[in-house]
Design a binder for this molecule. Structure first.
Ligand SMILES: *Cc1c(COP(=O)(O)O)cnc(C)c1O
Length: 474
């Protein structure tokens, strides 16, 4: 038979959508699947087969046209279509605040609060005692003030929004003085000069990359100056011959010339990490105590709560910010508020906070605890008893992530893995495509899982991922 004739023959044998659809009615796993999803999957499968026949792809045989084979493909498509897009993954990178992997894990208290509020009506903007309209920020304002020592507070969508809102309120069409050493970029889409221009404020750079002095700020002050801004060097450090004006000095300059001072703290923390043997990161309380007029920070970086932008400061300034119509566009959602409130409540007892807030727990985890988890994984992988698999315990360091504590190396325990006959890149790829995906890192041709960011109940899934990989890889 000629090639063309064979093609014609196969196209003729290709079953129609209706035939497969009828067959699919006997498929018990399709019971709860919408019909549109099933027909879509059948159409796509047949379309792909038709394409394969027409292109005469190598190795394509008539067997692929058997109905059972076709049903198998349809089932795979239906499964993929029915699975949720946003799913759990296992973070074996050791980066605690990993922006791509969802930043902070919520404390149980926060997750419970979300579950309790989400399916019911709530007092989101209703004052139950007076029966009148309430303000959503009021639900967290007192807590934020109690913890930070500030006079007033509010929360918006995220810190980028908080910075935009503050600049627009306080400095639109006027000048904001910032040190050249603090023109920060965070992950590409947040850059101080860009947010500044979007807010309508005019950036007035002073000093140099490595050194900025009080006199630089003072000589730049003129009638158009609306704000002195300090930006926390979240994700980098300038070392060597350096000098910067402290927040306290900046507040003094602001007081002398009657110009408000704002600080973008970035990550923002309520606890002093040096008490846990880590590098000291300035706290929100430090900033408030220094007398700064307004401070902004993230809810989901070192704070360990939901994505949010928190603004604390002087009441007079916060009153102006709260009146800005932009607050409507940046407003915080009720589920976020629920999570934020519960997380903040934990901070009233630091000892409790450090245990209950996963971000803090992971950052301050004793090496012994991580080591125990690493040994457990190591032993479970040994029991797979596969001579191709080579596992080892490794002493490495993890990173905080989220643009915080950039210079700090946290000693950690990892499990490293190589497999005979498999490249490290294919190990990484197969672990990543596992369900749930296991994300690790590669160092010196070894696939590495850092146990700092792995939860105890995820060890079994990692073991299974490796077992499956050995089965398929071999
Ligand atoms: C992270 C960060 C931001 C942005 O905060 P998001 O909560 O991600 O919007 C802004 N400024 C600084 C200094 C930061 O570190």
């Amino acid at each position: 038979m000629s090639k063309d004739k064979k093609k014609q023959e196969m196209l003729k044998n290709l079953p129609g959508v209706d035939t497969i659809l009828e067959l699919s009615q006997e498929e018990s796993t399709f019971q709860d699947v919408p019909k549109s999803v099933i027909t879509g999957a059948i159409r796509q499968t047949i379309e792909v087969l038709r394409g394969c026949i027409l292109s005469g792809e190598n190795g394509f045989s008539e067997e692929e046209l058997e109905t059972e084979k076709i049903m198998e493909c349809v089932k795979q498509r239906v499964d993929a279509n029915m699975a949720l897009n946003l799913t759990h993954i296992i973070n074996g990178t050791g980066v605690v605040v990993h922006t791509n992997l969802g930043r902070s894990l919520l404390p149980e208290e926060a997750a419970d609060h979300i579950a309790g509020i989400s399916g019911r009506y709530s007092n989101l903007e209703f004052d139950v005692s007076s029966g009148t309209r309430g303000i959503r920020y009021a639900l967290v304002e007192e807590l934020l003030c109690d913890i930070s020592g500030a006079e007033a507070a509010m929360a918006v969508n995220n810190n980028a929004g908080a910075v935009l809102l503050c600049l627009e309120t306080l400095a639109r069409d006027r000048e904001v003085i910032v040190s050249r050493g603090e023109l920060v970029e965070i992950g590409g889409s947040f850059r101080i000069p860009d947010v500044m221009s979007k807010s309508g404020a005019v950036l007035m750079e002073v000093g140099t990359t490595n050194r900025t002095h009080s006199r630089d700020y003072e000589s730049a002050i003129k009638n158009e100056t609306a704000l002195l801004l300090k930006v926390h060097k979240s994700n980098y450090r300038v070392v060597g011959f350096t000098s910067e004006v402290s927040l306290k000095e900046l507040v003094e300059i602001g007081g002398k010339y009657h110009i408000p001072v704002m600080e973008d703290l970035g990550s923002g923390t309520f606890i002093d990490f040096s008490a846990y043997g880590m590098t000291r990161e300035p706290t929100v309380q430090d900033s408030v105590k220094a007398g700064v007029d307004v401070v902004t920070f993230s809810g989901d970086k070192l704070l360990g709560g939901p994505q949010a932008g928190i603004i604390v400061g002087k009441k007079k300034i916060l009153d102006r910010i709260k009146k800005n119509p932009l607050t409507r566009a940046l407003r915080i959602d009720k589920l976020t508020l629920a999570a934020l409130e519960s997380t903040l409540r934990l901070y009233r007892d630091e000892e409790k906070a450090v245990k209950a807030i996963p971000t803090l727990r992971m950052l301050t985890a004793p090496l012994k605890e991580i080591e125990k988890r690493a040994e457990k994984l190591y032993k479970s992988l040994e029991t797979l008893d596969d001579s191709r698999l080579n596992v080892r315990l490794m002493d490495l360091s993890s990173r905080t992530g989220g643009g915080a504590l950039p210079m700090m190396e946290l000693l950690t325990k990892c499990v490293g893995m190589t497999i005979e006959g498999m490249s490290v890149n294919s190990i990484e790829g197969m672990m990543r495509k596992n369900k749930p995906p296991v994300i690790g890192r590669i160092e010196d041709d070894i696939f590495i899982i850092d146990l700092r960011t792995v939860l105890d109940d995820e060890l079994y899934a990692i073991n299974k991922a490796v077992a499956d990989m050995l089965k398929r890889g071999g």
